[in-house]
Design a protein around this ligand. Structure first.
Ligand code: URA
Length: 209
């Protein structure tokens, strides 16, 4: 079954008033995105994981379910992980930003790209996840994830796609975001974008340990 998202407690002696340092992700007020989200969505996966996949932020369905990568992009990611020979149960899955940022469009909640300050505020939680799971390899899914993982808001996807780099003592492999594959209208380009992700996942697997 679906594992629950992890909440990441900090030690009681570090606890401070809530606006300063929330003790759990649920209570996070480090930026304003919580105001319009249903709930925070933390990562899921084993306590220790050699491989961590980082997306952008929960989407509409993840926001409602409280778990990452359960909607259309997540289902595509599942198939691509299968194609790459990865076992989802062994991989730690999370996002750069833990609350869904959206704008209304009729009855729909349309995804909005998080601002740099929101990515930076949420890096606190990604750091906790990295410290706990201690992955050897991190796969950045798309530009927001890449910026979050490298802690550099001026890096671009095209400079890094497919080429692993060493960062903070681990490998970082950059691929497109699965939603990009869903959006590409042209079938050949779609297949190519999908292949870049699957190849990146295979590369990440080879770089483990
Ligand atoms: N897209 C993401 O980046 N993360 C999710 O959890 C779902 C969709």
């Amino acid at each position: 079954g679906q594992r629950r998202g992890t909440t990441i407690p900090i030690a009681a002696d570090q606890a401070q008033p809530q606006r300063e340092a929330p003790s759990t992700l649920d209570q996070c007020r480090r930026c304003d995105l919580w105001q319009h989200a249903t709930q925070a969505v933390g990562g899921v996966g084993p306590k220790r994981a050699r491989l961590m996949l980082v997306g952008e932020q929960p989407g509409d369905q993840e926001d409602l379910a409280g778990a990452p990568f359960v909607g259309p992009a997540g289902q595509l990611l599942d198939r691509m992980m299968l194609d790459a020979g990865l076992d989802r149960q062994e991989v730690y899955l999370t996002n750069a930003v833990k609350h869904f940022k959206w704008e209304p469009r009729g009855k729909l909640r349309l995804h909005k790209t998080p601002a740099q300050r929101e990515v930076e505020a949420c890096r606190y939680w990604l750091d906790q996840e990295l410290a706990h799971a201690q992955p050897d390899v991190v796969v950045a899914l798309g530009s927001t994830a890449l910026k979050a993982v490298l802690g550099n808001s001026s890096v671009t996807l095209k400079d890094h796609v497919g080429t692993p780099i060493r960062h903070d003592g681990r490998w970082v492999v950059t691929v497109y975001h699965p939603s990009y594959v869903l959006r590409v209208p042209d079938e050949a380009a779609k297949a190519q974008a999908r292949a870049v992700i699957v190849d990146g996942l295979k590369l990440a697997q080879r770089l483990v340990n």
